[in-house]
Design a protein around this ligand. Structure first.
Ligand SMILES: Nc1ncnc2c1ncn2[C@@H]1O[C@H](COP(=O)(O)OP(=O)(O)OP(=O)(O)O)[C@@H](O)[C@H]1O
Ligand SMILES: O=P(O)(O)OC[C@H]1O[C@H](OP(=O)(O)OP(=O)(O)O)[C@H](O)[C@@H]1O
Ligand SMILES: [Mg+2]
Length: 285
């Protein structure tokens, strides 16, 4: 039987969330971590556990059909790889940082300076776009140490909470790109694998939507139904079911998790009682 070959990071920041998404879409993978290749038990999927930094080449060569990978790594190592879905985790930036005490008004300030980075292509593209030339010092990790030991005037590295910069007396002065985990596709993927991938993507989309929303049930006096509907329009329109208690109804709807508490406050202010909020496992729209 034909299978879709998908790469996920073997270990590191993307691994757990990548495996969680596969679990949430109902794909059962029997502990893959120690094996470098496993098959899903209930979906035509083969999982390759690889280094994030190596995945772009596997995609280019068609060794894997698809991958869950940090978008910044694709930007660094592969131009022609299509991203079909942003996955909403491992959000970060690739930024320029300099010592806190130094001034920075634009990238022109780094003309002729030394920049330490693990992302030389990303930096070079940015420098070229701005007609600036600088010397790159390429290192694979602990980049933030470079200015403090006299290795570089500036660094370009991943910034998320900003803690690592703070601890190393650095400040972020320019953002080269924003990144998150994505589902990327090999240009060499065949049609059979494409159709498996679209089934996988459909399931992923339904899980991502469900993560954004919550299911809410509440009781309201009938005369308040209109007001509540205005607060809770739902996916199309909310479900309303009469209660045994005369003059009252139960209303069911979906609310976005970002506006969740504001909506609950409004519902209470408009007479809603017995409000229940539940997670949604899947949203098939
Ligand atoms: N501090 C962070 N916060 C959020 N996302 C991050 C952070 N650091 C890295 N990432 C994202 O997670 C990806 C994986 O990072 P991680 O440090 O686990 O591996 P890596 O060193 O890039 O790769 P490899 O698997 O090749 O060792 C990065 O490419 C980036 O997209
Ligand atoms: O803004 P922050 O939340 O502090 O995150 C940024 C740090 O996270 C990453 O390092 P990681 O911990 O992955 O170590 P690594 O360099 O060994 O990959 C990145 O290289 C930064 O150093
Ligand atoms: Mg890292």
């Amino acid at each position: 039987m034909s299978k879709l070959k998908i790469a996920v990071q073997k270990s590191g920041r993307l691994h757990d969330d990548s495996m969680k998404i596969l679990k949430d879409i109902g794909v059962f993978v029997d502990n893959g971590k120690d094996q470098l290749k496993t098959s899903a038990a209930n979906f035509p999927l083969e999982i390759f556990y690889l280094r994030n930094g190596d995945i772009p080449q596997y995609l280019k060569d068609g060794i894997v059909d698809a991958a869950i990978i940090g978008e910044n790594v694709l930007f660094e190592k592969a131009d022609n790889i299509t991203v079909i879905e942003k996955l909403g985790f491992s959000k970060c930036k690739v930024s320029i940082a300099i010592p806190k005490t130094k001034q920075y008004s634009s990238i022109k300030d780094l003309q002729g300076k030394r920049i330490a980075t693990s992302y030389p292509n990303t930096v070079t593209k940015f420098l070229n776009k701005n007609n600036v030339s600088a010397n790159l010092h390429i290192i694979n990790g602990s980049v933030e140490i470079a200015p403090n030991i006299g290795l570089a005037h500036a660094i370009v590295d991943i910034v998320s909470s900003g803690n690592t910069l703070f601890k190393n007396n650095l400040k972020e002065v320019d953002v080269l790109l924003k990144s998150e985990a994505v589902l990327a596709v090999s240009p060499k993927i065949h049609n059979i694998q494409k159709s498996i991938l679209s089934k996988l993507q459909f399931r992923i989309q339904s899980v991502l939507k469900s993560r954004q929303n919550k299911y809410v049930l509440l009781n309201i006096p009938n005369e308040k139904i209109k007001d509540i509907i205005n607060i809770l329009p739902g996916m199309n329109s909310p479900t309303i079911i009469p209660l045994a208690r005369s003059g009252w109804s139960s209303l069911h709807s979906v609310i976005n998790k970002n506006t969740f508490w504001e909506v609950i406050d409004e519902l209470k202010a408009n007479g809603a009682e017995g409000i229940l909020v539940c997670p949604i496992e899947n949203m098939i729209l």
